[in-house]
Design a protein around this ligand. Structure first.
Ligand code: UD2
Length: 303
């Protein structure tokens, strides 16, 4: 990738911070972040940090300077979206639209939009391909889907070179453990560190497609480099489904723990099975590289 000016919205967040780390060595990276994410990181030397909102005029100015926009900034808490749907809508829909509208007047090389597997809602069939019905179960799912629709419409109507990513369950050691809604991997690791049993909601036979943030970064790089990605949506998963019971076993192996697992009542609305069909991403040359075992070992190495 030749050196470019890359604007990363949400560049202090769990995913944005890894994108910043990867791209800042060969590019000029500008991070726009409102510092609402509890996962804060030192911005690497040479990266410009602008504290501000994606809905504001500052965001417009920064989009105008960029060759590439990677838009990860969002209200990401599903439960908060249920409590405050207007807040979710303003951040995720109006914020995205503000960036797209600024991008429309530029000659951007790529606008990468971070959507979510939450847009699919209940699983009708597995593996979930990009044509699977979209029936979101939360305002968050609706706002992510609406953002996608706007982005793809800007491609069709205004020729904006948009590419859309639909991540499944992303994990990384930078996910904030104090957030009650952080992912199951972070939860299991935190409890194992404290020598407590993992808590499993339900029978543990529900499955997820857990993808390391490093594989997400690799896929984003392909979305920027490959023109075939323009105007398309891509699941970001590994194509492998892992049950929560199996995950607990792997975490316990990593921590060399034999504490019995604790079972509690299943979460209301929990999806039973989720696994991505990643053929579209594979068509761009994507292949997930980080196994769950290796990804979890990285948590221990960072302790
Ligand atoms: C993921 C996303 C969420 C939303 C949703 C849409 C993450 C962290 N969350 O929720 O933002 O997009 O997908 O479908 O990626 N579990 C336990 N014990 C725990 C914590 C969780 O058993 O201590 C179970 C939980 O009931 C679920 C599974 O683990 O069956 C995964 O839970 P999660 O919160 O990591 O992610 P998920 O898929 O519910």
């Amino acid at each position: 990738m030749n050196s470019q000016t890359i604007l990363i919205t949400g560049g202090l967040g769990q995913v944005g911070s890894y994108l910043t780390d990867r791209f800042c060595t060969d590019n000029k990276v500008i991070v726009l972040d409102n510092t609402s994410s509890p996962c804060r990181h030192d911005v690497p030397a040479g990266v410009q940090l602008v504290v501000g909102d994606i809905q504001g005029p500052e965001a417009v100015r920064l989009v105008e300077q960029a060759d590439v926009v990677i838009h990860t900034a969002a209200q990401i808490d599903v439960n908060r979206s249920l409590d405050q749907p207007l807040f979710d809508c303003e951040n995720n829909i109006l914020g995205t639209l503000n960036l797209l509208e600024a991008a429309r007047r530029t000659s951007l090389k790529r606008f990468v939009y971070f959507s979510s597997a939450a847009i699919y809602g209940d699983t009708i069939y597995t593996p979930i391909d990009e044509n699977h019905p979209t029936q979101p179960l939360s305002p968050y799912g609706v706002s992510k889907l609406t953002g996608e629709q706007y982005a793809l419409m800007y491609h069709r109507a205004f020729d904006l070179p948009v590419a859309v990513l639909r991540p499944f369950n992303i994990y990384s050691p930078r996910q904030d453990p104090s957030n009650p809604y952080s992912g199951v991997i972070t939860k299991f690791i935190e409890r194992s560190k404290a020598q407590q049993s993992p808590i499993i909601f339900g029978d543990g036979e529900q499955t997820r497609d857990f993808i390391s943030v490093h594989d997400i970064v690799n896929l984003v790089q392909l979305l920027i480099e490959k023109d075939e990605a323009i105007g398309k949506v891509f699941n970001a998963g590994t194509g492998t489904q892992t049950s929560v019971n199996r995950l607990a076993e792997i975490v316990q192996d990593v921590f060399d723990s034999d504490l019995p697992v604790e079972y509690q009542k299943a979460r209301t609305g929990d999806i039973r099975h989720s696994v991505a069909d990643i053929s579209a991403a594979e068509g761009l040359g994507f292949a997930p590289k980080v196994s769950l075992e290796d990804g979890l070992a990285e948590f221990v190495a960072k302790m």
